[in-house]
Design a protein around this ligand. Structure first.
Ligand code: SF4
Ligand code: SF4
Ligand code: SF4
Length: 181
């Protein structure tokens, strides 16, 4: 997933679409897009919105600490949770440097962004947040395919990952171009 921050207007359509698509319980969220980086004094002020969710790490501590293998990589490298195997120990919540997980109060299992893998992506559709994004700030595709739109977009825009110092090798890419950090 690519997130181009300059195009995000903070409307929270992604937040709502995600809750609706994934039946996320009241008061819990797989993604949020809070305001950040407020700078300056009125009338010369700026801020940006930054979508927060699972970063789909390639070296995910949530997977390695899980004692029951409930947290796992699927065949496409997407980090998922097998609700039936999860014992709710919360090791993964503690291990995740992005605070991306929570215990779903209805299932009792760890929950987080799934890239809408089962309901959308595995059927060739885009994740709910991506197809809902009014600003076109969210893009999704196969970065390993150099002909994909996301790969071509990244070739033209400098992207970075959040908190690289944790060494989890996130795959979600943020473009800060045009944003005052
Ligand atoms: S962001 Fe957190 S929950 Fe998502 S893959 Fe990385 S460590 Fe796991
Ligand atoms: S809460 Fe569930 S997914 Fe997380 S570490 Fe424990 S068993 Fe694994
Ligand atoms: S990809 Fe799906 S689960 Fe993840 S934040 Fe977007 S709508 Fe929610």
């Amino acid at each position: 997933m690519i997130i181009h921050l300059e195009r995000c207007i903070g409307c929270q359509a992604c937040t709502v679409a995600c809750k609706f698509q994934n039946s996320v319980p009241d008061g819990q969220f797989r993604t949020k897009t809070p305001a950040n980086g407020l700078k300056g004094t009125y009338p010369d002020v700026s801020l940006y919105f930054i979508k927060e969710a699972c970063q789909m790490c390639k070296n995910a501590p949530c997977v390695s600490v899980c004692p029951t293998n409930a947290s796992y990589y699927n065949e496409d490298g997407v980090v998922l949770v097998d609700v039936d195997k999860c014992v709710g120990c919360m090791y993964c919540l503690t291990a995740c440097p992005y605070d991306a997980r929570f215990i779903n109060k209805e299932t009792g299992a760890a929950d987080k962004c799934t890239f809408c893998y089962e309901s959308k992506v595995s059927k060739g559709e885009k994740p709910a947040c991506v197809s809902t994004c009014v600003g076109g700030a969210l893009m999704f595709g196969d970065l390993n395919d150099p002909l994909s739109k996301v790969a071509q977009y990244l070739a033209k825009h400098k992207a970075e990952v959040l908190k690289p110092e944790f060494g989890t090798h996130p795959t979600v890419q943020y473009i800060f171009e045009g944003v005052v950090k």
